[in-house]
Design a protein around this ligand. Structure first.
Ligand SMILES: Cc1ncc(COP(=O)(O)O)c(C=O)c1O
Length: 407
């Protein structure tokens, strides 16, 4: 359908139909104001005004669409939601104050007392705590299983199982789940498959196309990409997203307009950043494998990785997270970390700056010792979130870590 530029202040969704995720990351979801600004506007306002008392009543009564209050909707937040929904191939998205708020809101909206969840053991430590400690208090029980053993998932399913929850690739061991197989299992048992797509982003993996029901992101990570803001988002069909939106509107873990604007701008460079992360990570993983002080490297891009073929099938790249074990225990791991000089010692990941973490005492430190062992979080494990610095400079800094092990 033809239209003049004046008739449309933003590009209608239909004009972007069939376009690649690289284009959607730059173009989808923009809400342009009457000022005709080229870059995305930001709306830092808590409420919105009406032309009359009657219009206010119509908005509150739901007879007229439009903004009321930013805990409900905000144009900057909606612009971010529109863009990430288009990129994931989902009908709708709802943004949240953090990645954890996205997971909590999904559970609170779609589960009830007596329901059962099956979750992969290797999920982010706080996700594990949320299920084990807090959801359990509301009568939602969770069984933890190995991410990769579909038989174990099958065996864990009960008549009251309503949700299968995975992170793939997993944090920090980079294990890869068979999303299609788990979606089939979920749907055969009247349950939903929820995928935390934080490590891959829609640039490398689109779980909804593989049969998942909902995709969750900690936008804090690659979607921002520069370590500035905390945020999260859930993407999927309207029938679930409307429920999740209802919870967020009532409970309040809303994304701030400023953060939404930062994420919106972050998405524009996501495709090129992800390619740079993947290239550097693959090169470093191969290099780490050749180091005498390294016991094992975990990266799905390596042919030695047990799910290498599966990752090749369901992902278009292997991502920027690489974990490895140094020979020894905590002392050697800490000595290695402290030996680096440029790489940031911080728990955040998905940043353009390379970061280094000791999962056993930081991100996964709150896990019970037995859960830690089962999740493979050993004392000699080090996690790298590989950034986009020059590869030779990264090797130079990591070589300082290896030197510290010999001193
Ligand atoms: C895979 C994964 N999911 C969820 C989260 C939680 O996100 P947030 O810190 O934005 O609440 C994290 C945080 O590190 C994560 O790594």
């Amino acid at each position: 359908m033809s239209h003049t530029r004046e008739e449309h202040l933003w590009i209608p969704e239909s004009d972007l139909e069939g376009m690649s995720v690289d284009t959607l990351s730059v173009r989808a979801g923009q809400i342009r104001t009457g000022q005709l600004e080229h870059s995305d506007a930001i709306f830092p306002t808590s409420s919105f005004v009406y032309g009359s008392a009657a219009q206010a009543a119509a908005r509150f009564g739901g007879e007229e669409e439009g903004n009321i209050y930013s805990r409900f909707t905000n144009p900057t937040v909606q612009a971010f939601e529109g863009r990430i929904a288009a990129m994931e191939g989902g009908e709708k998205a709802v943004a949240t104050a953090s990645g954890m708020a996205a997971i909590l809101s999904t559970c609170m909206s779609l589960l009830k007392t007596g329901d059962h969840v099956v979750c992969s053991r290797g999920v982010f430590g706080t996700t594990n705590v949320l299920f084990q400690k807090y959801m359990a208090r509301f009568g939602v029980e969770t069984t933890f299983v190995s991410l990769t053993g579909v038989d174990e998932w099958q065996a864990a399913i009960r008549p009251e199982t309503r949700m299968l929850f995975i992170e793939t690739p997993s944090n920090p061991l980079c294990e890869v789940a068979d999303v299609e197989a788990l979606a089939g299992l979920a749907h055969g048992n009247d349950a939903l498959l929820v995928v935390d797509n934080c490590f891959c982003t829609p640039i490398l993996q689109r779980p909804l196309e593989l049969g998942a029901d909902l995709v969750i992101h900690s936008a804090t990570k690659y979607l921002d990409g520069q370590g500035r803001c905390i945020g999260g988002v859930v993407v999927g069909p309207a029938k679930y997203l409307d429920e999740i939106y209802g919870f967020i509107r009532s409970a309040g873990p809303t994304m701030s307009p400023f953060n939404a604007w930062v994420f919106q701008k972050g998405l524009e460079t996501l495709p090129i950043r992800m390619r740079a992360h993947c290239d550097n990570a693959l090169e470093l993983a191969k290099w780490l494998e050749t180091q005498p002080s390294v016991e094992k490297v975990f990266y799905a891009g390596l042919e030695s990785h047990p799910q290498h073929e599966l990752a090749k099938k369901q992902q278009s790249g292997f991502g920027g997270m690489v974990s490895f074990m140094v020979k020894g225990g905590r002392e050697q791991a800490w000595r290695f970390i402290d030996g680096t000089r440029m790489i940031s010692i911080t728990a955040n990941l998905g940043d353009v700056k390379t970061t280094i973490t000791h999962p056993a005492t930081t991100t996964h430190g709150r896990l019970a010792p037995d859960d830690k062992t089962k999740a493979g979080i050993t004392e000699n494990l080090i996690r790298l979130s590989v950034g986009i610095e020059a590869i030779d400079d990264l090797k130079t800094d990591l070589a300082r870590g290896f030197q510290a092990l010999e001193d």
